[in-house]
Design a protein around this ligand. Structure first.
Ligand code: GRF
Length: 207
């Protein structure tokens, strides 16, 4: 049975990448095959997680590239060279241009640590999202997996999961709970959903 090749783009610790690796090992990603992990930083711990799991890992650093175009050309070369059809942004901290998101239209997914459309868009990343949620006083937050288009956090929503905010939460405590209860669950589940739908589409097209 054919599987859909997947490339994961990371910049940091890679706990979401780990959730995908673990889901794969547990047999929960029958439609996907992890083909490449691409980091924007050479020191990202995510690269070690990829190596341990036997996945090809690559570093493409923005500052080593003369232009955004070249940065994206190098990333695309790895994705395409690895035969990946779906791209996952799992804590990838670099901006991707509209040219790039158009090239992989309907094929890039991202995990965002809030219930979109709350606390999302330009400037809402990392702890800032949880600081904003606590500052606003929401009692429920969560995570969203969505397709990526040229609007930051603006693409079609694939899955969401709500997480309760507790009385003495700090941004750090809330961030951990959102990851554990939501991100690490809905990212692998969304990936399998998107890959299985793509497989079905390809099977239909090929008769
Ligand atoms: C996660 O909170 C994710 O929602 C955001 O960046 C963080 C990445 O963490 N986009 P990790 O590198 O997967 O541990």
């Amino acid at each position: 049975m054919k599987k859909i090749g997947v490339a994961v783009l990371v910049s940091g610790g890679g706990t979401n990448l780990q959730a995908i690796i673990d889901a794969g090992k547990a047999g929960k990603l029958p439609s996907c095959e992890l083909r490449a992990v691409i980091s924007s930083r050479p020191d990202a711990y995510a690269l070690e997680r990829a190596a341990k799991a036997g996945i090809g890992s690559y570093t493409v650093s923005r500052k080593d590239c003369p232009s955004q175009e070249e940065f994206e050309r190098r990333i695309a070369a790895v994705i395409d060279g690895a035969g990946a059809e779906i791209v996952v942004l799992a804590g990838f901290m670099c901006i991707l241009s509209a040219d790039f998101t158009r090239k992989y239209s309907g094929r890039i997914i991202n995990v965002h640590p809030s219930l979109i459309p709350s606390f999302c868009g330009k400037g809402f990343y990392g702890l800032k999202v949880h600081e904003a949620a606590l500052g606003y006083g929401v009692k429920v937050t969560g995570a969203t997996v969505h397709f990526v288009n040229e609007i930051p956090d603006g693409g079609r929503i694939i899955m969401q999961k709500a997480v309760a905010v507790r009385k003495n939460d700090t941004p750090e405590i809330l961030q951990k709970r959102v990851m554990k209860q939501a991100e690490w669950k809905i990212l692998p589940a969304s990936l399998e959903l998107v890959c299985s739908e793509l497989l079905e589409r390809e099977e239909k097209e090929n008769g």
